[in-house]
Ligand binder design. Sequence first.
Ligand code: TRP
Ligand code: SF4
Length: 329
Amino acid sequence: MKKRILSGMRPTGRLHLGHLVGTLKNWVALQDTYDCFFMVADWHALMGEYENPKDISQNVVECVADWVSVGIDPKRSAIFLQSAVKEHLELAMILSDITPLAWLERCPTYKEQLREESKRDLTTYGFLGYPVLQAADILLYKANAVPIGIDQLPHLELTREIARRFASLYGGGIFVEPEPVFAETTKLLGTDNRKMSKSYGNFIALSDPPKVIMEKVAKMFTDPKRIHLSDKGHPNKCNIYAYYKIFKPEAIEEVLDYCANAKAGCTTCKKNLAEAIIYHLKDIQERREAVMEDKGRIKKILEEGVEKAASVATKTMNEVKKAINLYEL
Ligand code: TRP
Ligand code: SF4
């Protein structure tokens, strides 16, 4: 029996290069060794976007299209929609009964989001419970492992704590304490050298056409000390060079040489990088277009994923209700 993985993403917009190298490449590789469940976390998206939820629906479609185009294989992995498997909320309700408020209030991701997202009012009951729902997502599938970024680690730790608390209250043997799986990939900064993020508008989307990629790369920050062609650059301080390592690794020696010895300028350097990114995304974009053209395809992928997910989720929920001794009708 293969070990099981569950992971998810909120459908908040088109995916970008940061998602590709930080998360999706890892997911694709994990499909070889694990039984994978990949969830579009629309309930989690709603927690943040409740004031303006109209885009979530289309973003679900974009998200699945992105996943499939990079190589998440719906034949091997369940690609499913969180809100279509009712057990997520059922389990989240039960877990919210046993999760002390203090565990949630001290959660670093919660405090950070409240600080950072000053434009949105996130002081809601639901948002405080974000990690409880995430724990339900994971425990419902008895996932052995969860591929996550380091920023999500507190949520996984909380999941493990909640699983232990459940076991001490109602008996063990139902939930599995999941382990984190970290990607080996490097973190890509945005075009302005800040963290790549939708809200900063500093990303290159997987679906950006070549012209847009050219423009975005041309505007990227470089080594600030290199102003003239004759200035020697410091590639290791330049974001462009970091991108080369990922998108054109065979050229890094050359770039290092012409940059550090002031043999070529940043404009050429960027143009070559943009071409490499465009080339890198070519197959992905072709597959994306094919998926998007076939209108029923995404719905069908989600329906099949939901069916597979629900068959596991209902089993777990039955065990949970039995353990608590709820009335069975
Ligand atoms: N919180 C995750 C994020 O924002 C998304 C998510 C929801 C998730 N449920 C999950 C990730 C369960 C891993 C496992 O990226
Ligand atoms: Fe960066 Fe390339 Fe310019 Fe060097 S030549 S500073 S690596 S953009």
